[in-house]
Design a protein around this ligand. Structure first.
Ligand code: NAP
Length: 352
């Protein structure tokens, strides 16, 4: 018998869709992806440290926040502040990306979501029920599908960058930044958006110095993140600069990068034990080419304003896979909810 709802992807969009679909008794089957650079289980938040902007998870002194909201005479009712979470001697707690995702996963499981640790590698949307093929070789029939496969980090495309991947070249400071090879060494981060600043400031904890290489004379990052970069004494911004080549050898891995100015200075080499890319993302839609409409960057197209409908009736898209504009965990979660409601309504309209 066909599944009522199959969800592909396990980021905030996938699990929010699962929570809503499961609570609507649709018994969703969710393919969470395998451990590989593209579609990683738990999505990109699994690569993030503190999340400060997901509503409901304020960073700071949580006990103080709650106390201010509760009448003083009822304060004795409040639980003690969690131990071991302090910053500058004061209680401080911020949810970690992976922690937030594990909570979402557990919430989806609590309502009866079934989770498979595989990718969907092929789809047939020409017949109903739809047919999906997993990386483990199983075929699943589905009345509706919610695509929530997200997006992945981009690389510059240099041969030398490819040669030093995992030997000093990384697209995830949070995953790799604490490795011994990077400790107390100069590091390079490429990009000028929020991710670049986030990665660069994170790396200053370990590095002797971080050079942010940006191709323009103005950052794309939000003002608050820009200020964070300007205020960090270990972070230097190299304006109007691009990476020409990653330099290194077999024994040490990356030892430096050759930089080119986009304005006038001659090319030069700087010493660096690592190069971290933060230059945007590509949607995980390769397996959907020719099956669903996409925009010129490969993001799935919503075919009706403020609905998660794709070009195939019964197939819905949620999260970063259909969003090259907002790209936030909270917006992904919101569209995941929308996709589950859209799938539920589609099933009801079609008597399923
Ligand atoms: P982004 O905003 O698209 O920024 C990408 C950066 O990489 C840009 O500065 C771009 O330069 C540069 N770039 C792109 N291709 C390049 C190339 N081939 N060579 C050199 N530089 C290149 O991407 P993002 O920083 O990953 O952010 C994505 C979204 O997530 C944004 O909406 C952001 O606000 C959000 N985000 C938020 C937070 C937070 O709030 N804490 C953290 C991370 C991300 P140009 O500026 O010249 O185009």
């Amino acid at each position: 018998m066909a599944e009522k709802v199959v969800i592909i992807g396990s980021g905030p969009a996938g699990f929010s869709a699962a929570i809503y679909a499961a609570r609507a008794s649709l018994e969703p089957l969710l393919f969470e992806g395998t451990v590989k650079p593209e579609m990683i289980p738990l999505g990109q938040l699994a690569y993030t440290t503190e999340v400060e902007n997901f509503a409901g998870f304020p960073a700071g002194n949580i006990r103080e926040f709650v106390e201010s909201a509760v009448d003083a005479e009822r304060h004795y009712n409040l639980p003690p502040a969690p131990a071991g979470h302090e910053r500058d001697g004061r209680p401080h707690y911020a949810v970690q990306g992976v922690e937030l995702m594990e909570l979402m996963k557990q919430q989806a499981l609590n309502f009866g979501t079934r989770i498979v640790g595989e990718d969907i590698v092929d789809v047939d949307f020409t017949n109903r029920p739809f047919q999906l093929t997993s990386s483990g070789g199983q075929t699943v029939a589905a009345e509706t599908v919610i695509v929530a496969t997200g997006a992945r980090a981009n690389y510059l495309g240099l041969e030398s960058e490819e040669a030093f991947k995992n030997r000093g070249v990384s697209a995830c400071a949070v995953c790799d930044g604490a490795l011994p090879r990077f400790r107390n060494k100069p590091l390079v981060v490429v990009g000028g958006g929020d991710s670049a600043i986030e990665e660069a400031t994170y790396l200053t904890k370990f590095a002797s110095q971080v050079m942010l290489v940006h191709r323009r004379d103005e950052l794309r990052a939000s003002k608050i993140m820009q200020q964070r970069a300007f205020d960090d004494p270990k972070l230097e911004i190299l304006w109007n600069t691009v990476v020409d080549e990653v330099v290194g050898d077999d024994s040490q891995g990356v030892t430096g990068v050759r930089l080119n100015s986009t304005v006038d200075q001659p090319s030069r080499e700087v010493e660096a034990a690592g190069m971290f890319l933060a230059i945007g993302h590509t949607p995980n839609t390769e397996f959907l080419k020719g099956k669903l409409e996409m925009n010129d960057k490969g993001y799935l197209r919503w075919t009706e304003a403020f609905r998660t409908k794709t070009s195939v009736a019964g197939v819905f898209a949620a999260g970063d896979v259909a969003d090259d504009y907002y790209r936030q965990a909270i917006t992904s979660a919101g569209t995941g909810c929308m996709a589950a409601l859209d799938a539920e309504r589609y099933l009801a309209e079609h008597g399923k």
